[in-house]
Design a protein around this ligand. Sequence first.
Ligand code: FAD
Length: 434
Amino acid sequence: MQAPHPPNLQDALDDILSRQAARGRVYSTGHAYAGAALVSAHRPSLAIVGAGLGGLTVAATLRQAGFDVRVYEQATRFSRIGAGIQMMPNSMKVLRRIGVEARVRGNSFQPYSHLNRAWDTGEVLRELPMPEDLFGAPYLCMHRADLHEALASVLPAEIIELRKRLVGLDDTGGQVTLTFDDGSSARADAVIGADGVHSIVRDLIIGPDEPLHKGRIAYRAIFPSALMGGRDVGPSRTKWWGVDRHIVIYYTKPDRGEIYLITSVPEPAEWLTRESWSTTGDVQELRNAYEGFHPDVRAVLDACPSCHKWAILERDPLPCWSVGRVVLLGDSCHPMTPYMAQGAATAMEDAAVLTRCLDEVDGDDVRTAFARYEAHRKPRATRIQAISSANTWMKGGNEDTSWLYGYDAWTVPLDAESNTVATGPFANPPRPAG
Ligand code: FAD
């Protein structure tokens, strides 16, 4: 038997519940004192597959709204993938609301501008200074692992289960059963597939993935600035545009102690592999690929001690993002080339919008929430995917950037209709070929 709530808190709880009942909703924000136990009985429980940048973000946004959430991740531990990442104002607004902005700022470099230069002369093709007041949030560059750690820091460790590689889903009887490769299983009222570019959830609900090979790879490297012998790469994030290749260079630490580079170069068709964070590259091949580039680029490549490479594969937009009680988020539903630095940002936007949609439906009506989420998110994600694929963003000209960086996933109206969401449970979903 639990002790009764003190009268003032019990009154507050009764008041909240009666006001919500009057509005036809069980619970609205989850922020009030009501006690998760009492409230969560009326709200769907959510299983998130994947504890990457999108999965951890949606776990945080949903928990903040009072949902009961569990995260299942295949990895045995979180390792520090050697890569930088840019967070634009649109994603910083999501991070701000879940309370990690200060921590992220403390570990990041804040560039003065997006700077786009010609590969050989260094001519400025376009520069967009990014003061915080331009789009209402900072533009930050950081180590990817620092961002991941910041997201994990706002989640209780016990809601994240490691060593859980999803192998099956069964959406019957008003709940979804998840099965894992260790033979265990779990149940939830709905599932969010945040399992990245090689998503098994996507394969299970929509069908096998067919990546498009356009014969390009990304080299990437992160290393101490001390290796530059005192040479500075400047206050901006600089993209150097060549004829058929580019390289992006920026600092990832507030004290400029670490440099990151990421490229896109043509690669013979023989080297086709899955996108992989662990495949190593040959640093001499990387240097050769940028022969003749501006001395500022050569200096960074000469100092670079080692590198990794990633096959850049592309995918067409999916026909739909959810089936029954299962929905996709982030790279699982809109993977994109890294050329606009928007993959994680759009996953974070998805997290905020999906949370709003789930928060605004009656009780367990997840299909309505998923339809509304997809109707709002898909046009934007598809547009970003297309521009990213064309690799034209800010190459020159003066096109508007406010639609991208000025977007606030917490306040944008969610008013589009959807006719693209498949319904119905899938007890025997298609299996990937091979
Ligand atoms: P991920 O972060 O990939 O997470 C997926 C998770 O699911 C992983 O932890 C994985 O282990 C887990 N998982 C997979 N399968 C299973 C399974 N069967 N069972 C359980 N768990 C599973 N984006 C930006 O916004 N800014 C940038 O500057 C930027 N730079 C980039 C540079 C490069 C080189 C690349 C490749 C991408 C870049 N991106 C950037 C894109 C960004 O990294 C991705 O869009 C983002 O990580 C997607 O997040 P996600 O959660 O969807 O997937």
